[in-house]
Design a protein around this ligand. Structure first.
Ligand code: PEP
Ligand code: MN
Length: 337
């Protein structure tokens, strides 16, 4: 359920309502909007006692939330969420492009990539420090050393950093370096990790699991939000189907579906979705046309020599060319880059 406070309700009235809800043994989750405060209530079994609060000063309405994802859904939070990082906002009319190597391989290659993607118009730098690889014999990432290189790249270029955290024990460490924590597709339902990144208060990008439904994704976001962390980005990165030509199948309709159901920004990753360099640009353009708030692509100075995912990486000049087209499509659909 949610309690909608009248616009102009005093902070004292809001506090009193929250205290009353707590006295029933329920948890609250207030959302302080521009015009109104909305108090989400966690635990739905006491609907009847909460209903009795209708007459309290400042209370405008008490509404049962039908969507299973109470806080990720639009019912409780109709306005789009905007994630504000230093210098970049995600979830506005400006399409944000996240770019960088799959894995940080060295300081030099990271800095070269960062300078180049920045020049081409990227808004956020990506780079994996802890890589979730299918084989234990594949390159696993440089760990904390990679985080230090990422921090140096941010210092030099001003680009905020996104990097994956794979282990709840590393959340604190990764938070020291990253502006956005990435929870990878394989960990989308690692509920311990979701709770930890929720507690961290750091913005989180949650990638859709290869066999997860849209509802599963939104419920995973809910795990993060109920810890008090509302800065969640949702990322469509392809799902497993019977098709084998592409690495996964990009579920493009997930973009408008997620925008309908949820207020959270939606990012599309055409690289992991297709697994093929030649398909990254067309799917990136399609994602922007479909209403994505951003795209994430893998860029490498020498894709053939990449230690991870080279076959789906764009070379620096390919990324620059793609960005010109992304800008054009963004403008056609009333956005900008
Ligand atoms: C990645 O972004 O580097 C990654 C491993 O992606 P996913 O979790 O979508 O496979
Ligand atoms: Mn990758």
């Amino acid at each position: 359920m949610i309690i909608v406070m009248r616009s102009g309700a005093s902070s004292e009235q809001v506090e009193k309502v929250i205290d009353r809800v707590h006295s029933f043994g329920l948890r609250t989750h207030p959302i302080y909007g521009v015009t109104k405060t909305v108090i989400g209530i966690i635990g739905d079994d006491k609907t009847r006692v909460v209903e009795k609060m209708r007459g309290m000063p400042g209370v405008e309405d008490i509404i049962p939330i039908l969507q299973p994802y109470k806080f990720a859904g639009r019912e409780a939070h109709p306005e789009n969420t905007v994630i504000e990082l230093e210098g970049v906002k995600i979830g506005t009319d400006t399409v944000v492009v996240i770019a960088g190597p799959c894995a940080v391989e060295s300081e030099e290659m990271l800095l070269e990539t960062a300078r180049s993607v920045r020049k081409s118009g990227a808004g956020v730098l990506r780079g994996g420090a802890y890589k979730p690889r299918t084989s234990p014999y594949s390159f696993q990432g440089l760990g904390e050393e990679a985080l230090q290189f990422l921090a140096r790249a941010r210092e030099e270029t001003g680009l905020p950093i996104i990097t994956e955290v794979t282990d709840p024990r590393n959340v604190e460490l990764v938070c020291r370096y990253a502006d956005i924590l990435q929870v990878g597709a394989r960990n989308m339902q690692n509920f311990v990790l979701l709770t930890e990144v929720g507690k961290s208060g750091h913005p989180v990008m949650l990638k859709r699991g290869p066999s997860s439904t849209i509802k599963d994704l939104l419920l995973a976001a809910e795990y993060v939000i109920i810890e008090g962390n509302r800065d969640v980005l949702l990322c469509e990165r392809g799902v497993t189907t019977f098709e084998t030509y592409t690495r996964n199948t990009l579920d493009l309709s997930a973009v408008p579906v997620l925008k309908e159901l949820s207020h959270l920004p939606v990012i599309v990753d055409p690289a992991h979705a297709t697994g093929r360099n030649s398909l990254v640009e067309p799917m990136a353009l399609a994602a922007v046309a479909a209403g994505a708030d951003g795209i994430m692509v893998e860029v490498h100075p020498d894709p053939d020599a990449a230690l991870c995912d080279g076959q789906q990486a764009l070379a620096l000049d390919e990324f620059e060319r793609m960005m010109g087209k992304v800008k054009a499509i963004a403008e056609i659909v009333g956005r900008n880059l």
